[in-house]
Design a protein around this ligand. Sequence first.
Ligand code: UDP
Ligand code: G50
Length: 477
Amino acid sequence: SPPAAAVVVSGEVAAAPQVALLPSAGMGHLTPFIRLAAELALRGCGVTFITPTPLVSAAEARHVAELIASSAGIRPLEFPLLPFDSSTAASTDPFFLQFEAIRRSASLLGPILSSAAPRLSALVCDVTLISAVLPVAAAIPLPTYVLFTSSAQMLSLCVSFPQISAASLPAILKIPGLAEDLPLRSIPQPLRDPGNLFTTQFVENGKVMVHADGIVINTWEALEPATLAALNTGKVVPGLPPVVAIGPILPEHSQSNSAGGGGDDSLAWLDGQPTGSVVYVSFGSRTALSPEQTREMAGGLESSGCRFLWVVKTKKLDKEEQEEQEEQAMEELFGDGFLRRVEGRGRVVKGWVDQGAILAHPAVGGFVSHCGWNSVTEAALRGIRVLAWPQHGDQRMNAGVMEKSGLGEWPKEWSWQGEGVLVQGEEIGRRLRGLMASAAVAAAAAKVKEETVRSMIAGGSSYSGLANLIARFADSR
Ligand code: UDP
Ligand code: G50
């Protein structure tokens, strides 16, 4: 059906709100913005999608292009960035450097936003950019909402971290208002270094969250009830604006997410596998395992006896991966004869796959995941049990949320990046076999799915959350 031309706000018909969306770098940040754009357009909002250019990864460029081509209702707006010399920055991570490049270009946004036609009612800005963008939007003035692309648990750390001295972090962190302690080993690695670029940004962003008009978050009541309650009753930080849970932001309504899949025929392969039998293995869009750990992973999948679909990444950046010699000794990477021995029950792919469609396929029953937040939400939506193996960033905190929900298991002793310890293939195989054989986990995962779907349909908490948000956008005109 065509988008409604107007929304009803407390009995009156108001003009449709005009919302500008400003994502930052990386698929984990872009994906929820693309989904939110589609949802808002579907519910009658005018949507302007701002793209800071140039983008970091090929995947981002393809997905933005597909969004613009597919949705007539969404207006693209290019935001050309100032040149940024990253050679002296206190990080080498290409995504953190792009956060910084966008942040340093924020002043250019003023004229772009104030001259937008029709006149904007609100801006939704990625959390990684908020401290740089908020003053620019306030000067217009334009009501500004944060989209928090990770868990409520992570949001709690973000808003309370400025109060914790990064110079002397205790081994166990206590976040005000939260019952559970947070071991230092679970927070994003760069935060342990007060001089790291990510830490500087994180602290600045955390400080200004109280000044935003609202915080929109891609989680839902049933998944993180206590944390959301603590955030919304001032227990974590006093004076926080409303934290509106709208997740999981529906993948169905948006584009297929197949952009530039390069003819991957994993779905056809899944068609030939028994129901619930296949373990999908992926560490997301920006995480490569070391060659040694990749070999152990291969050993683990082989010894598990499970059917599997494994997306292998050897480089953090997809552009570098594309340049890599395709023949770069897959055999050498996995160990002699691996591909031959697992033929028929295992499939290894390189490059982009349509993860949303894979997790929705009836043949898929398990997911070895790094617990990027989008991946956790997508697994919950499908009731796919997860074996968590966080690698960096917010992933250990997300894994904790995932495990608490009952969706899966997290072997907490497994190492992550920077610890320099290999997880042995046999151990991986053992944990995976156990997870796939567990009727208890299967039942708990099915329950998570049920609660997740209920939150999204009419009358559900996230459905209402989005409706309330749109009403706020309309009010602020
Ligand atoms: N994704 C995908 N195909 C891939 C890799 C990733 O569709 O080959 C999607 C995945 O479904 C998710 C997003 O990209 O929506 C990755 O975000 P996440 O937060 O899970 O992890 P990140 O890549 O940021 O580490
Ligand atoms: C990347 C990462 C760690 C990490 C996140 C990443 C988050 C958490 C939210 O994207 O998204 C967040 C990030 C940056 C910031 C404020 C909040 O300045 O490696 O936690």
